[in-house]
Design a protein around this ligand. Structure first.
Ligand code: FEO
Length: 169
């Protein structure tokens, strides 16, 4: 049986994943408004991955006889100053997610909840990948700056990205 403390932490994490999905959909919309369909595609897939993360946690909580508490999800930002701004905000957000998952792992060990500790190992590994991806993307868009032909090429490259269920599962 899951402890009330861990149950609350997982519910908070579930809410954070839903917020992440909304944030990346908001960025998808912003990129579409800039006619950058490749970047929009990149963030649309990020949003799908976040929903998968949320659903994994939703299922886990039920599997351990916990209760999902559906809470209001905060509204994400709607407008962004630049492409660099989007990636800076994404990286900062993912760092917050990493800290939150680290706290779940720490608390699970304190409570001797080894099932939750094992379950969230996947997420902490995923965070390493997500932070690395966003750091690389941030470097690329900073390098590109105002160079429209490089931007065109990166946009075309990002249009090729497809959603892989195992990436976000
Ligand atoms: Fe599900 Fe990007 O953290």
């Amino acid at each position: 049986m899951i402890s009330p403390r861990i149950e609350k932490l997982i519910n908070d994490q579930f809410n954070m994943e839903l917020f992440s999905s909304n944030l990346y959909l908001s960025m998808t919309s912003w990129f579409l408004s800039q006619d950058l369909d490749g970047f929009a595609n990149f963030f649309r897939i990020q949003a799908q991955e976040e929903m998968m993360h949320a659903m994994k946690q939703f299922d886990y909580l039920h599997n351990v006889d916990g209760k999902i508490n559906m809470m209001a999800v905060g509204a994400p930002e709607q407008t962004f100053n630049s492409i660099v701004d989007c990636f800076e905000k994404t990286l900062a957000h993912e760092q917050k997610v990493t800290a939150s998952i680290s706290n779940i792992l720490h608390s699970a060990l304190e409570d001797k909840d080894y099932a939750t500790h094992t379950f969230f190992q996947w997420f902490i590994n995923e965070q390493v990948e997500e932070e690395a991806t966003m750091k690389t993307m941030l470097k690329k868009v900073k390098l590109i700056g105002e160079n429209s032909s490089s931007l065109y090429l990166l946009n075309a490259e990002l249009l090729q990205r497809t959603f892989q269920a195992e990436e976000g599962a």
